[in-house]
Design a protein around this ligand. Sequence first.
Ligand SMILES: Nc1ncnc2c1ncn2[C@@H]1O[C@H](COP(=O)(O)OP(=O)(O)O)[C@@H](O)[C@H]1O
Ligand SMILES: *[C@@H]1O[C@H](CO)[C@@H](O)[C@H](O)[C@H]1NC(C)=O
Ligand SMILES: *[C@@H]1O[C@H](CO)[C@@H](O)[C@H](O)[C@H]1NC(C)=O
Ligand SMILES: *[C@@H]1O[C@H](CO)[C@@H](O)[C@H](O)[C@H]1NC(C)=O
Ligand SMILES: [Mg+2]
Length: 474
Amino acid sequence: MSSLNFPFCTIALLALLFITLTFFKDNWHILMLERGLTNEISDLDSVSRRYSLFKELNERRKELLPYYAASLKKFGALSKIDTQYFLSLKSERLAKTQENIITSEEITDAVGCEQLRYVKNVDFLGAGYTKTVIKGVLPMGFPVALKSVNEKGSDMRRCLEDFNDWDGCRELVSYKLIKEIVLLQRLRHPNIIKLQGHCQLNTQAGGVTAALEQGSPLQMIQLLQSPWEERFRVCLGLVRLLHYLSQSPLGPVALLDFQPRQFVMVAGELKLTDLDDASVEEPACQTDADCTLHFPLRNFSIPCSSGGVCQGLNEKRNLYNAYRYFFTYLLPHQAPSILRPLIDQIMNSSGELKRDVSSTRKAFEEILRLYKSGLYLENLPSSLIRDYTALRGVRASGGVAYRCWPSYSQQACLLSVHNASEAALICSSHPHCTSFTLGGQVTWTGRPLASFRGGFSDLLPDVNSVMYIKKAKA
Ligand SMILES: Nc1ncnc2c1ncn2[C@@H]1O[C@H](COP(=O)(O)OP(=O)(O)O)[C@@H](O)[C@H]1O
Ligand SMILES: *[C@@H]1O[C@H](CO)[C@@H](O)[C@H](O)[C@H]1NC(C)=O
Ligand SMILES: *[C@@H]1O[C@H](CO)[C@@H](O)[C@H](O)[C@H]1NC(C)=O
Ligand SMILES: *[C@@H]1O[C@H](CO)[C@@H](O)[C@H](O)[C@H]1NC(C)=O
Ligand SMILES: [Mg+2]
């Protein structure tokens, strides 16, 4: 790579100089014609503003180059001609280049402008500083989330304050979305939202739309009230994601803006959706002090490597953020008691950054294994089940359904259990419970859902069900 740096920089500089000069020439010309020389001061001001915006646009373009270069490298050699072409492009032709960058990877996102033109049932999903997200349905009935530049967002507002140029600002902000599209094409994981396609309208500055798998915004409050198994799933998904990011095809990725609102839920699974603030490079350093992570309650430091990078800092930053935004709220409470020591270990080691992401992930997978195996049910009295009469092929209907916590249903007491013995134990501990049914339904771990009832008026045939009725005490 170092052998490439020199000519690369020279080309970049020359190109920049060329663009700058052309830009100045054109603009002076237009300005003179338009307004004459009467308002020199404000003209100068406006030119210097436009120049700054232009410089910033160029910065954003250059920021995308590493991804572009990385994928070219993957397909053979880094072509100098391509990079030169890329850097020397003038602003008007930029749209075309964006398309080039975005599709330089093999096309995995099939949805394009044509399909997006016929999107139906448009509805608001969410918005942030940079982007607006709407819900849509493609012609074939396929649901998508459509991301575009948030024209009322604070990125756009700040840019307009600085430069007062609508098209330029839209284009500037759209670079964040383009970066996100490029990253989504290269980073593929079950816990990263899937890119279904994108559209770049050449006729409109910054007219970029990304079509993503549709999720629902993460509701932390709702999640806090859900069963431990579901909260564990979110944390497990997160730690699997961080493991992938720590050794991604682009290198170790840090999520600089790591907050619950950058994630969505898709069928119970956590997925990262906001990638524009991701960094694919470990920070550079001169002294150890440069490799410090500052958090409100803790600071962490690692040594600066001889190569002048903070090796492993990206992974540490992600893990501590996972701890402070997710694990502390979701992981410990209501965990099965025998899993507690393991969970406390995870809480402690991630809160102190004592273990890396890979071994934290291993600890999570071990908890999952124990949980699925039912080993957490220490000494389940096997006699309990004998207090119940089993009826195969029926389920209860009508009568008294009572609610419990944390139920999978709001109207009834529906809990995840290991097997009928655990369900019997739960039923015995609920004063209202006189029967329970194991239907065919299972949770994401494959555990059956048991429905607990206070009584019933009818029995309905159901081949997938076994109903257990408490025997009358002698
Ligand atoms: N695929 C999606 N499905 C549903 N909602 C989404 C999706 N992607 C994003 N959102 C919602 O839109 C909001 C803004 O999206 P985001 O990419 O975070 O934009 P910004 O970069 O402006 O923060 C998110 O906080 C989230 O609630
Ligand atoms: C973290 O470092 C900053 C700057 O060095 C310092 O001001 C702050 O007190 C430290 N915080 C903690 C919790 O140690
Ligand atoms: C981890 O455990 C140590 C020793 O018990 C304790 O002092 C420390 O506060 C714990 N840290 C966290 C983040 O839980
Ligand atoms: C339920 O699982 C526990 C723990 O694995 C086991 O001891 C018990 O025999 C099982 N009960 C039934 C009815 O399968
Ligand atoms: Mg966001």
